[in-house]
Design a protein around this ligand. Structure first.
Ligand code: BJW
Ligand code: ZN
Length: 303
C-alpha cells in the first residue's frame, strides 16, 4: 500500500503527493491504472482472511463490539472539533453502487476507459453515456439514516467538517452544509473551454452537452484519476483533519489519495480516529476503533 509522508505540514504533504504524481506520470497510463487496480484487488482481498479478526482484536480493535460503539459515542459527544470522511459505502445503503468490491462499478467498467481526462479526450460521448447512466440511477436515490445522522452531528458539534469523496450529492440533499465534495458532484458540469461551472440536472443530459456561454464542450465537474483536487477543498479538508479531536471515517476503501492519507494524518496530529465499514480496509490497522457494519445501522447510534 502506498504511504504518504506523515508530515503535519500541508506544503510538504502536497510536495510529497506531487513528487509521487511525477513518478506516476512517468509510467504510462495503463501502468498507473493497473497499479491502481492491483491495490484495489489487494483491498478487496482483505475480506475474511487477509487480516483475520483475531489479530485485529489483539490490536485492541473492537469489530462491531458494543464497547467500541459506546467509546466512540462518548468521544463524539465530548469533542469540540470533529471531522468526518465518507466514501461510497455510506451511499450503498441508499442503493448507489460502490466502485470496488463484488457489485462495484469497476467490475463492469474499466476505470481507464471512463474516469480519466485521457478517456474523455478520446471519447467524450462514451464517458457522457456512462455518466448519463449513473445520473439516471442516482436521481432515483435518497439520503439514508447515516446521511441524516451526520447532519445532526454537524448541528451538535462546535467545529465540524464533512469531507466526502462521493459525487452523488446525497450529503447536501440531506442538509449537510459544512462540507467539501472533494471529488466533485455529478450534477455539476464544467466547460472545457472557458472553465465555467454550472448545475445541470437533466436526465439524460443531451450528448454532447455544450457551454451556454461559449459553446465549448462540457465535462462532468468531477475529479478523475490523475487530476488535482480543488485547492480550496484540499486546504479546508487537510486543516479539518489536522485540527480535529475525532475523525470518523465511513464507508471508504481507503485506497484513493489524498483521502487515503487522512487517517494517518489525523492520528499523527493526536486525534481519536474511528472507522465504520462493512469490511476491513487499510485504515483498519491505523484507527483507534473499527466498527464493522452498515453505515445506516451504525452511524445513527453514534449520536
Ligand atoms: C460499506 C457499505 C455499507 C460498502 N456501509 N460501508 C501513487 C501515489 C500516490 C497517489 C497516486 C499514485 N498513483 C496515482 C495516484 C493518485 C490517485 C490515486 O490515489 N490512485 C490510487 C488508486 C492509487 N489519485 C488521484 O489521481 C487523485 N488526484 C490526485 O492525487 O492529484 C494529485 C496527482 C496528480 C496526478 C497524478 C497523481 C497525483 C484524484 C482521485 C480522484 C478519484 N476519483 C474517483 C472517480 C470519480 C469518477 C466518478 O465518480 O464519476 O472517485 S475514483 C473513485 O474512488 C471515486 C471515489 O470517490 C473514490 C474512492 O472510492 P470509495 O468511496 O472509497 O469507494 P470504494 O468502492 O472503493 O469503497 C467502498 C467502501 O465502502 C468499501 O470499503 C466497502 O467495504 C464499504 N461499504 N457498503 C459501510 N453499507
Ligand atoms: Zn464555456
Amino acid at each position: 500500500m502506498l504511504a504518504l509522508g506523515l508530515t503535519a505540514d500541508l506544503t510538504a504533504l502536497l510536495k510529497d503527493l506531487y513528487k509521487r504524481a511525477g513518478l506516476a506520470h512517468a509510467a504510462c497510463l495503463s501502468d498507473r491504472t493497473n497499479r491502481a487496480r492491483s491495490s484495489m484487488d489487494r483491498a478487496s482481498d482483505y475480506g475474511s482472511e487477509g487480516w483475520g479478526f483475531n489479530s485485529l482484536r489483539a490490536r485492541h480493535h473492537h469489530m462491531g463490539h458494543p464497547v467500541a460503539v459506546q467509546e466512540l459515542k462518548a468521544r463524539l459527544a465530548g469533542a469540540r472539533a470533529v471531522a468526518v470522511l465518507t466514501g461510497a459505502g455510506i451511499s450503498a445503503d441508499s442503493g448507489v453502487p460502490t466502485f470496488r468490491g463484488a457489485d462495484g462499478l469497476w467490475q463492469t467498467h474499466r476505470a481507464e476507459d471512463l474516469a480519466t481526462p485521457e478517456a474523455f479526450a478520446r471519447d467524450p460521448r462514451l464517458v457522457w453515456e456512462w455518466y448519463n447512466w449513473r445520473r439516471e440511477l442516482i436521481a432515483t436515490k435518497s439520503p439514508n439514516a447515516a446521511h441524516y445522522a451526520l447532519v445532526e452531528l454537524e448541528r451538535r458539534v462546535e467545529r465540524f467538517w464533512l469531507i466526502t469523496q462521493n459525487v452523488d450529492g446525497l450529503h447536501p440533499v440531506a442538509g449537510s452544509q459544512k462540507l467539501s465534495e472533494i471529488h466533485g458532484n455529478i450534477w455539476k458540469v464544467r466547460c472545457t473551454q472557458c472553465g465555467q461551472v454550472g448545475t445541470n440536472r437533466a436526465v439524460p443530459i443531451l450528448i454532447p452537452p455544450r457551454c451556454p456561454t461559449c459553446n465549448g464542450l462540457l465535462r462532468p465537474h468531477i475529479v478523475w484519476f490523475g487530476e488535482s483536487l480543488d485547492p480550496v477543498d484540499l486546504e479546508r479538508s487537510f486543516s479539518a483533519v489536522r485540527s480535529c479531536e475525532v475523525l470518523l471515517i465511513v464507508g471508504t476503501s481507503g485506497i484513493v489519495y489524498p483521502a487515503a492519507s487522512f487517517a494517518s494524518l489525523a492520528k499523527e496530529a493526536g486525534a481519536f480516529v474511528a472507522e465504520v465499514n462493512l469490511d476491513p480496509t487499510p485504515n483498519t490497522q491505523i484507527v483507534d476503533v473499527a466498527i464493522q457494519g452498515r453505515a445506516k445501522d451504525i452511524v445513527p447510534v453514534l449520536l
